[in-house]
Design a protein around this ligand. Structure first.
Ligand code: SF4
Length: 111
């Protein structure tokens, strides 16, 4: 390997390392902002018209007969929070948090 080829490889390696170091805080800031936005979201109430339209309940055990046995928000494909928080976002109710033990008629089994 020639000296100039070695220098070029070294430069590329250092550049990639610097980009990684520069991008890390940006990624952390985006995750932090997303968590902050989620913290600011109100919880969906059962008397919300959108909740009533989809028969949403905070406790899946209180759902009517249409519910698949064992179905709840935590195992629904539309529940986007998988980190174990009690309340998380659901794409059926944009801007609101649903209870992970809840259920509604839009439930789709998570794959
Ligand atoms: S769509 Fe899924 S996650 Fe959202 S409220 Fe209904 S059951 Fe829960």
């Amino acid at each position: 390997m020639s000296q100039s080829h070695h220098d070029e490889s070294r430069r590329r390696f250092l550049r990639a390392g610097l980009l990684g170091v520069a991008a890390a805080p940006l990624g952390a800031a985006l995750v932090s902002r997303q968590a902050q936005a989620q913290d600011d979201m109100p919880q969906l109430t059962e008397d919300d018209p959108a909740a009533q339209a989809l028969s949403y309940v905070h406790d899946a055990a209180e759902a009517g007969g249409a519910r698949t046995e064992g179905a709840n928000c935590a195992n629904c494909q539309l529940f986007t929070d998988r980190d174990g928080a009690e309340w998380g976002p659901c794409s059926a109710f944009p801007g609101k948090l649903v209870n992970r033990n809840g259920w509604c008629s839009a439930w789709v089994e998570a794959s």
